[in-house]
Design a protein around this ligand. Structure first.
Ligand SMILES: *Cc1c(COP(=O)(O)O)cnc(C)c1O
Length: 236
């Protein structure tokens, strides 16, 4: 059972994060609606995610297929947009297509082909972002920036995949100014890609910024921020 106090705390945290998002968007001359908050739900119980959704959140990101499956079953009565934000193994592509509206962590041609094939079988087009590896010590996954163009050229031929932008992880150390150059790099890369006019590839979204640096990311053009700790508290 979910205690009233913890649901209240989550709702209060959510409201504060939403206000900070709105202020950062306004500072950078954009409307608050131009930024989507995706709650990072890893290790967070379904009850706490429910509290956030009942308080007004509508996008949830998960890192693991199994955890997402259990949570989406427990929260099936709520209108949640599910995002895959963790590393996805090719052999989980079918499950991912069934569970997620957006796959933010597309990082290889092999995975892209399998996701498109499974999406075709399911009769849908899967929205995806390319995860870019910023080259920081702590970034394990993602495509190197100089390899993104070659990957996109191939991916743009896949019929059941719509690439809508780029995603990256900033430095894990909570230092927003250290993250800024990473966010600038991602924005500039998206601008270059936009100039190539590839089919099935738009650059509508930049998914960047987490609890420690989402305001900086918004200042640099983020349209999606992924926030866990600032809403749910520290992970156990
Ligand atoms: C955990 C996680 C986040 C959120 O991190 P917080 O610092 O808790 O806000 C964002 N993106 C990804 C890919 C994550 O795994």
């Amino acid at each position: 059972m979910q205690s009233i106090e913890s649901a209240g705390a989550v709702a209060g945290n959510l409201r504060r994060v939403q206000e900070r998002i709105a202020r950062a968007a306004e500072r950078s001359g954009r409307s608050p609606e131009a930024v989507t908050l995706v709650l990072a739900g890893k290790t967070v119980s379904a009850d706490r995610v429910r509290a956030a959704v009942e308080a007004g959140a509508s996008h949830v990101g998960e890192n693991y297929v199994q955890e997402a499956r259990a949570k989406s079953a427990a929260l099936g009565d709520l209108p949640i947009h599910w995002h895959m934000i963790g590393h996805l193994q090719t052999n989980k592509a079918k499950d991912a297509v069934a569970l997620f509206e957006v796959i933010q962590s597309l990082d290889s041609l092999r995975l892209a082909k399998e996701v498109s094939r499974r999406a075709e079988q399911a009769g849908r087009v899967v929205r995806a972002l390319i995860e870019v590896n910023a080259g920081l010590e702590d970034s394990k996954f993602g495509v190197a920036p100089q390899e993104v163009f070659a990957l996109l050229e191939e991916v743009s031929r896949l019929p059941n995949l719509a690439v809508e932008g780029l995603m990256t992880l900033g430095p894990l150390a909570p230092d927003a100014e250290r993250a800024r150059p990473v966010f600038v790099m991602l924005r500039e890369l998206a601008e270059e890609i936009r100039g190539q006019w590839l089919p099935n590839v738009s650059m509508l979204h930049l998914s960047m910024g987490m609890s420690a640096d989402f305001e900086t990311a918004i200042e640099e053009g983020a349209t999606i921020v992924r926030v866990g700790t600032a809403v749910f508290g520290p992970r156990g």
